[in-house]
Unconditional design. Structure first.
Ligand SMILES: [Mg+2]
Length: 188
């Protein structure tokens, strides 16, 4: 299978690093229990422009200092030997280098990497069979065009429900969903 895989809050814990640096920038002290929105900056009352200024300043440190989620590296190493792996992240091109260095540092192998916001279009073009992601909007967009998504569970995506959305609360569950889809997807 060709598997598309998101980075932030799917392969790695982005929330902890974002909270740390956004707290520094804002003077607030938000914690994980406050996180109920995919767009974390909205919890700080910032608009898109304010968020971009903070993200451009701290983004490199946020991305370098994020830790892989439990078992993500081990399971990705296994999946890499069996499937085509494309990292698909909405991070801006500004952070391409730190992203690639982080993947190398954590010994995560992949065949392609794409930094793009429109993941559905990218996945259709690259003939990706399944996307692994935490974004509720991606799960809904993909389900609408009958493309399966393995949704890595986060507080802001618990309400997404669709027969083509396979929910995973950890990487062992991701692995099981991949096995299931590899045997049951009618790949053209
Ligand atoms: Mg994500």
């Amino acid at each position: 299978m060709h598997i598309g895989i998101d980075l932030d809050n799917t392969i790695l814990d982005a929330t902890t690093a974002f909270l740390h640096y956004y707290n520094i920038a804002s003077g607030l002290s938000l914690t994980h229990v406050d996180v109920n929105d995919f767009y974390l900056y909205r919890l700080y009352g910032w608009d898109k422009e304010e968020r971009d200024a903070v993200y451009n300043k701290y983004g490199h440190d946020i991305h370098w200092n994020s830790s892989p989620l439990p078992m993500a590296v081990e399971i990705l190493q296994k999946l890499y030997t069996q499937h085509q792996i494309s990292i698909i992240t909405a991070r801006p091109l500004l952070f391409r280098e730190v992203t690639i260095n982080w993947l190398q540092h954590h010994k995560i192998n992949y065949h392609n990497i794409t930094l793009i916001e429109n993941k559905l279009q990218a996945c259709i073009q690259a003939k990706v069979d399944v996307l692994i992601d935490d974004g509720p909007h991606y799960a809904e967009e993909f389900a609408l065009v009958n493309k399966p998504v393995i949704l890595y569970e986060q507080p802001y995506n618990v309400s997404v429900a669709n027969p083509l959305v396979f929910r995973a609360t950890n990487w062992n569950e991701v692995d099981k969903h991949v096995d299931y889809l590899a045997s049951n997807l009618n790949l053209s």
